[in-house]
Ligand binder design. Sequence first.
Ligand SMILES: [Zn+2]
Length: 144
Amino acid sequence: MASGDAQRTWFPEMIEMLNQTWSASMSANELLALRDRLDSALETIRSERHILPAMMWCPNCQARHRSAPPKASVRAMILALGRFGMASASEVKALEHRWNTYRKRNQLDRYGIRTGDVLVEALIGFQGLMLQGCPRILTHFEGP
Ligand SMILES: [Zn+2]
């Protein structure tokens, strides 16, 4: 496997899917459905190519193990529209604003899923992926 793929979120097939499907007139529900499709595509690509998440140092169990596989968040999808030249900077900004408002109003997590799970919500970025992939995650949050 190519060494850069371990934490990769955007593969050419997904950029193509985004390019063909996204339009500025999409409703919030349509955007969330597109995110779901991109996330499934990411999972399929990673599994077909046997791409495993990177081995990293885990701050919870103080050992090296694999992180959870990356997922496509709604914000990452919106930013990708700008990054890959499908939307202008002002369109991206407007979309981000719309998404933040919609997300708060409907209490959705970063993947557009109504979770109510503050733990998952708190796990962001690199540390979030490490903790989600941590076999000893429960000991960390159960307290003494
Ligand atoms: Zn761990």
